[in-house]
Design a protein around this ligand. Structure first.
Ligand SMILES: [Fe+2]
Length: 250
């Protein structure tokens, strides 16, 4: 497994600059890509991966949202349900455009597959060892950066960039709470308010693959911040939140 990480970074820069990055929606994905790469760098260090695997994982993190750029250009939305699956689009773009000489077959397969699968609800069973660790890495790094992104938005009072303003202050959906209590997962179809989205985000604690990912999240204080936004008097909500936060403890 060999990858030319500098070459991949250069390719990504020029690919992204082929789009209008003065458009805030596109610039946001460009920044997110680089931030997820940085989270990936921290994770492979904590995981103690060897150089080749580490560089392949970091490259996959940087490239994970490659599909977002042409998705937004073509459909003016990031909602996959209303346009295309952006993981599949990223795979197609990279398969066609990432120069072969930047990665050998093993690294290329690991990168392309982890891009394709980064946004699927669950990873399919039976992925090979040449691919699975990289899929897990990208999914963890992506979630950790989205936790930070949402925090930053709330801190800066820019929640309307995440949700329409008329929905922000709605109470927690009972249907969603039932679903999370029962299954440990929440569907976006059952979510409307900020608290709904935060509850879904709390369920991601159950989906983080690596102990260092959970450690980074724990140390960030983000889980405490999220819990503090829910009504303290509601014992049922608090019990669910406590269980989800507890999943990040090991
Ligand atoms: Fe994505």
């Amino acid at each position: 497994m060999v990858v030319n990480l500098e070459g991949v970074r250069g390719w990504f820069e020029s690919y992204a600059r082929g789009f209008d990055l003065t458009e805030p929606m596109l610039e946001m994905k460009y920044v997110h890509s680089r931030d997820v790469m940085r989270v990936g760098e921290a994770l492979v260090r904590d995981l103690g991966w060897g150089a080749a695997e580490a560089e392949t994982g970091v490259a996959a993190c940087l490239l994970h949202d490659t599909g977002r750029f042409s998705q937004y250009r073509d459909f003016r939305t990031y909602q996959d349900g209303k346009s295309i699956d952006h993981g599949d689009r990223g795979y197609a773009v990279l398969a066609a455009e990432l120069p072969r000489e930047l990665a050998d077959d093993g690294a290329r397969a690991a990168i392309l597959e982890s891009v394709r699968l980064h946004n699927k609800r669950e990873l399919p069973k039976g992925l090979g060892e040449g691919v699975l660790p990289f899929c897990r890495l990208v999914r963890d790094a992506d979630k950790l950066d989205v936790f930070r992104l949402v925090q930053r938005c709330m801190r800066e009072g820019r929640e309307v960039e995440l949700l329409p303003s008329h929905r922000l202050g709605l109470p927690l959906s009972e249907t969603l709470l039932d679903e999370v209590e029962r299954t440990g997962r929440g569907s976006y179809a059952n979510a409307a308010s900020m608290l709904d989205y935060l509850l879904i985000q709390m369920t991601w604690t159950l989906d983080l693959n690596y102990a260092p990912s959970r450690a980074i999240l724990r140390r960030s204080g983000i889980l405490d911040d999220i819990r503090g936004r829910f009504p303290r008097g509601d014992a049922r909500v608090q019990r669910v939140l406590e269980r989800l936060a507890g999943a990040a403890d090991s």
